[in-house]
Design a protein around this ligand. Structure first.
Ligand SMILES: N[C@@H](CCC(=O)N[C@@H](CS)C(=O)NCC(=O)O)C(=O)O
Length: 220
């Protein structure tokens, strides 16, 4: 069976895995799975009803970090994790900072930034305080020379390309301040503007976002 990436193309975590698969040249299919659907069949495949998840010949794997590691081990050619244990640990460290300490914190603003919700003043203050601290910590680790972990394109880039611009947008829109300003997010992401895989993902993200917004507003 062909590996199946399940989720939707507007999702930053979905796109992290999609870029990994495309960059590695792994054959895969996509299955459109929206969230907000706790149908038992979805929960059987992804117990938190989150996307992305992978359907593999061995069974399903949820959580993008676990999926990414499965892909690296199962398809070792064109590795996106360094072979050296310390260098690999530094890439994993960057991934945790990006996802646990930046993306998950700023995610609290997405409702207002992208879906017409309203973040309370308390939420805004909490996010601002936490994100200021966490971005400063990430800035100490990230190299951006030209890739997040240094001179090689790694899994940390597959995540950063999608998480960082989203975080900037959410901050600017909700807090009216770019809390990631000390990071070269614009210059960093611009270097991938001509990458055919990134271009394909961005085009599919745009199309899928339009469908998602129409579904949310009850138009489709
Ligand atoms: N830790 C998860 C985060 C994935 C995640 O938050 N996905 C979002 C879509 S971008 C989702 O499924 N949200 C629905 C929900 O939280 O119920 C991972 O790395 O896979």
């Amino acid at each position: 069976m062909t590996l199946k990436l399940c989720g939707f193309s507007a999702s930053n975590y979905y796109n992290k895995l999609k870029l990994q698969l495309l960059e590695k040249g792994v054959a895969f299919e996509e299955e459109l799975v929206w969230t907000g659907n706790t149908h038992p069949k979805l929960v059987d495949r992804s117990p938190m009803a989150k996307v992305p998840f992978l359907e593999t010949p061995h069974g399903c794997v949820s959580e993008s970090m676990a999926c990414a590691e499965y892909i690296e081990h199962q398809y070792p050619s064109h590795p996106l994790m360094p072979a050296d244990p310390f260098a690999a640990a530094k890439v994993r460290e960057l991934l945790v900072y990006l996802e646990l300490h930046i993306e998950l914190v700023v995610r609290e603003l997405y409702g207002q930034a992208f879906f017409g919700g309203v973040a309370s003043d308390e939420t805004k203050a909490r996010v601002k305080k936490q994100l200021t601290k966490n971005v400063a910590a990430f800035a100490k680790l990230a190299k951006f020379s030209p890739f997040v972990a240094g001179d090689s394109f790694t899994l940390a880039d597959c995540a950063a390309i999608f998480h960082l611009p989203l975080a900037v947008m959410a901050c600017k829109s909700v807090l009216e301040e770019d809390l990631l300003a000390e990071l070269p997010v614009k210059a960093y992401t611009q270097q991938f503007a001509d990458n055919p895989h990134v271009k394909k993902i961005m085009a599919e993200r745009k199309a899928n976002s339009e469908i998602m917004m129409a579904l949310r507003s009850g138009k489709k």
